[in-house]
Design a protein around this ligand. Structure first.
Ligand code: GAP
Length: 443
């Protein structure tokens, strides 16, 4: 049911996302701001559903992962210790001719401007990606602070607080979902490379001798999540082991998704060794060791990280779900008709059930059905336009189930459910709707 046979172009996707209120440029009435995106009603619902899915899969379903919600701005020394202030940048070059700026690693020929083909380029130099601000009333160097470039650093800093509060022992993880900011030189490919984005990260603290077992465990867990829960296929995902590793790391792999513009990183699984914890111990002067009661030894925990961008997951789901087909509208009593459809898994669909009264006269009774379902599912009530038009509108936003309330419903207390993908229609008693959708949507 995926769109593999009819791959979506980015132009179509961007335009549909804007038209149906999924994602659009931030501050559009001022001409937009590059690398920043707003999510409209359907985009927000989709994004929140994915966020909740990741959270329940990673944190709520396990006894050995705890949650954290830290601030975006931390003590500036955090970023000194993590190395972001000294070394978190891309090599970039400016074209003296057309004044454009480029990331050297993204240029086909590092000697030629990709914009105007001039050879008159500046020497490549490092450009730090940290976003700067000031804290307090004085705007000088002593009051500089940074918006976090990744959500994991506060996890390392808060390790003991969380461990003690949750009475956890090694091995255990701490997870966080939150905004990260990077002053990307070339934000591009819609939301893929943004300047403000959300990360979902989990740092798993363990003993060094077990760390590769945990690394393999988390790699499998994350791949299963993409296959079994988000419904991606083996052809759409690939893993890419890093060719070069940081001196402290034992392994690192990217999970990549086949976007319309090519393979792109969705998630990184990183063995981070004891690097981050050692750095924060050294820079803060606080003891970040863990006392292993069983073996009567003190250790700096070794960390295995899973790090995924929420916005990239949303984008991958949008690309995967987009489809165009000939709707078998005979089942709706009409001739065949071309339609655009998002085949989202029901669990993340922005609207899971649309309730459609066949006539405005049935609105009051139909709306009661909708309001009852709303307590358990994401629902929309739509009364305007022909039933065919309403089905197409729901297909276009990826609603898996439409419930039609007709004149017979008043007598038999039953409604017709139409399935987005099979277009099959079934008649169900209103009293059984909740358990029917529990099975279909939650599973
Ligand atoms: N803590 C490790 C870390 O931040 P990363 O590979 O730089 O590693 C992890 O980022 C994930 O965050 C990426 O796999 C991607 O999904 C997301 N991400 C990174 N930069 C991004 C950007 N500019 N726009 C959107 N998502 C981004």
């Amino acid at each position: 049911m995926s769109n593999n046979t009819s791959p979506v172009s980015m132009e179509k996707l961007v335009s549909l996302c804007k038209r149906r209120g999924f994602i659009f440029q931030s501050s559009e009435i001022y001409g937009g701001i590059q690398g920043f995106w707003d999510y409209g009603p359907y985009g927000t619902a989709l994004r929140k559903a994915i966020e909740q899915l990741w959270w329940s899969y990673t944190v709520e379903a396990r006894s050995n992962v705890e949650g954290l919600d830290s601030t975006v701005i931390c003590h500036p020394k955090v970023w000194k210790a993590s190395g972001h202030l000294d070394k978190f940048g891309d090599m970039m070059t400016d074209c003296r001719e057309c004044k454009s700026r480029h990331r050297v690693d993204q240029m086909e020929d590092p000697e030629t401007c990709p914009n105007c083909e001039s050879k008159d380029l500046t020497e490549p130099r490092e450009f730090n990606l940290m976003m700067k601000t000031f804290v307090g009333p004085v705007f000088d160097e002593d009051h500089v602070a940074y918006l976090r470039a990744e959500t994991c650093q506060p996890i390392f800093v808060d390790f003991h607080q969380v461990r003690i509060a949750a009475r956890q022992k090694l091995p255990f993880g701490i997870a966080q979902i939150g905004k990260a900011f990077r002053n990307e030189i070339n934000p591009r490919n819609f939301t893929f490379r943004s300047r403000e984005f959300t990360q979902m990260e989990m740092e798993f603290f363990c003993f060094e001798e077990d760390s590769m077992t945990w690394y393999d465990y988390w790699k499998n867990e994350r791949l299963n999540y993409y296959y079994d829960i988000l419904g991606f296929t083996k052809e759409q995902l690939r893993t890419h082991d890093h060719d070069t590793l940081a001196h402290y790391a034992k392994a690192a792999v990217d999970i990549e998704f086949k976007f319309p513009f090519g393979w792109g990183e969705l998630e990184g699984i990183h063995h981070r060794g004891t690097w981050d914890m050692s750095q924060h111990q050294e820079h803060s002067g606080e003891n970040l060791e863990y006392f292993d009661q069983e073996n009567k030894r003190k250790v700096i925990p070794t960390v295995v990280e899973t790090s995924v961008g929420l916005d990239r997951t949303v984008l991958a789901l949008l690309c995967n779900a987009y489809d165009e087909d000939m709707a078998d509208t005979q089942k709706e009593g009409k001739a065949q008709e071309a339609r655009v459809v998002f085949r989202f898994p029901a669990i993340v669909a922005p609207v899971q059930i649309a309730v459609l009264p066949l006539s405005k006269k049935l609105s009051t009774s139909a709306e009661k059905v909708c309001n009852d379902l709303r307590k358990y599912f994401r629902c929309e009530f739509d009364v305007t336009g022909s039933i065919g038009k309403r089905y197409r509108r729901q297909d276009e936003i990826g609603t898996p189930y439409c419930v039609t309330f007709d004149f017979d419903s008043l007598d038999d207390n039953a409604v017709t459910i139409r399935d987005r993908d099979t277009m099959e229609q079934v008649r169900i008693s209103i009293d059984e709707l909740r358990s029917y959708f529990d099975k279909k949507i939650i599973g």
